[in-house]
Structures are given as C-alpha cells and as structure tokens.
Design a protein around this ligand. Structure first.
Ligand SMILES: Cc1cc2nc3c(=O)[nH]c(=O)nc-3n(C[C@H](O)[C@H](O)[C@H](O)COP(=O)(O)O)c2cc1C
Length: 194
C-alpha cells in the first residue's frame, strides 16, 4: 500500500506518461499520423518542406487525417548525397521500403497525395506507397511541387500505379529548389570567410 499522496500522484503521472508513449509508438507503426476521424487522408512526402506546407493547408482546411510517407532508411541529410541516392534508385528501379503503412486505408474515400518531382518523375518512395496501398475506387487528388521543370512523367506513373482510382486534376506548383538555396548559401559563406 502506498500512503504518501505526493508519491502516489507522481506514480499516477508516470503511469500516464508511459501510456502516452505507447499510444505514440503504435501510431508510428501503422496508422495515419494525425487522426481527425475523417474519411479524407492527406498523404505526402517532402524533403525540404515545400510539399509539407501544402499538406498542412489541406489538412487544416478540410480537417483531414494526415500521413507522412517516409522511407524505412532515411535519405541523407546532405542535399547532393540525396540527389545521388535518388538517381541510383531511379536507374536501378529500386522502390525503397516504407517506414510505416496506413493500416486502415479502406476507411478513406478521398486521398490527397502530395510529393515533389524527383528526376522528372514520382519519387521512388512515393511509388512504393502507391503500389503497397489499395486505392481502387478511391478519389485520388495529387498535389505536386517542382523546382521549375514541371510535373515530368508523374501523370503516367500515377495512372500505372493507381489505375482504378478516380483521379482529380492535380495542383502543380513551382517551388524553391534546395539546390539553389544550398549553392547560394555556400557561395555566401565562402565569400565572407575568404
Ligand atoms: C533528388 C531531387 C530531385 C529533383 N528533381 C527535380 C526535377 O527533376 N525537376 C524539378 O523541377 N525539380 C526537381 N527537384 C526539386 C523539387 O522538386 C522541388 O524543390 C520541390 O518543391 C521540393 O519539395 P519538398 O520541399 O517538399 O521536398 C528535385 C529535388 C530533389 C531533392
């Protein structure tokens, strides 16, 4: 028996903390990240944040559920290393494994799918997402960001990997390039340090 009220309070708080952690852990291993109990899901992949901003606007405007598409093995932090890895994946036709799946994809009628254009196409990890979730009969609404070269062959890839989804006209938006930012900052650093 525990008669010390302060200690009991602390123990109760700690137990609550453990429960909260368990809830977080199980969310990470399968269900959509943010639940609004909606029939609409925003699923997105983003490296430098452009696509994430759009995902957030849709999520907050429509009170949707939200799922971030992430590879099981993260891409390198360094931009040019990521470009190199993505190029190798594209050339070898590699579809990297996902960190998580949407466990209850059946419950969604509409999926807003967001991604940046990589190598004039749909990033390999987003292709994994498409081929490992059954989107048959669902409404699929893409939102696509690019760095100035347009949507590439993404339309054809979406048709191939989600052939029976009902597709809406996508949002296609030109956004900043991490390459340009990286080069500008690097040049500036060199200039002020030389
Ligand atoms: C690996 C890689 C490849 C890219 N390839 C292209 C491309 O082929 N065409 C293009 O217009 N932009 C390309 N970009 C730029 C991104 O599409 C653009 O900056 C996008 O908005 C980034 O979205 P994010 O901030 O959500 O990651 C590429 C970026 C990366 C990291």
């Amino acid at each position: 028996m525990d008669h010390d009220p302060t200690r009991r309070l602390l123990l109760t708080a700690l137990a609550g903390l453990t429960l909260a952690n368990v809830t977080l852990a199980s969310a990470a291993s399968g269900t959509a990240n943010t639940q609004n109990n909606s029939r609409i899901l925003v699923a997105y992949f983003s490296r430098s944040g452009n696509t994430r901003v759009i995902a957030g606007v849709i999520h907050r405007s429509l009170q949707t559920d939200m799922f971030e598409i992430e590879p099981a093995t993260p891409y390198p932090v360094e931009y040019f290393q990521t470009v190199e890895k993505a190029k190798k994946e594209r050339e070898a036709g590699i579809r990297p494994a996902l960190k998580n799946n949407v466990a209850d994809i059946e419950r969604y009628q509409t999926i807003y799918l967001g991604f940046p254009i990589w190598g004039t196409s749909v990033p390999p990890v987003v292709q994994t997402f498409l081929s490992s979730h059954n989107l048959a009969g669902k409404q699929l609404i893409p939102f696509i960001t690019h760095g100035g070269y347009g949507p590439g062959d993404s339309d054809g890839i979406l048709s191939r990997l989600a052939p029976t989804a009902r597709r809406e006209k996508p949002l296609i938006m030109e956004c900043d390039q991490e390459r340009k930012t990286t080069e500008t900052v690097t040049e500036w650093l060199e200039a002020i340090r030389s």
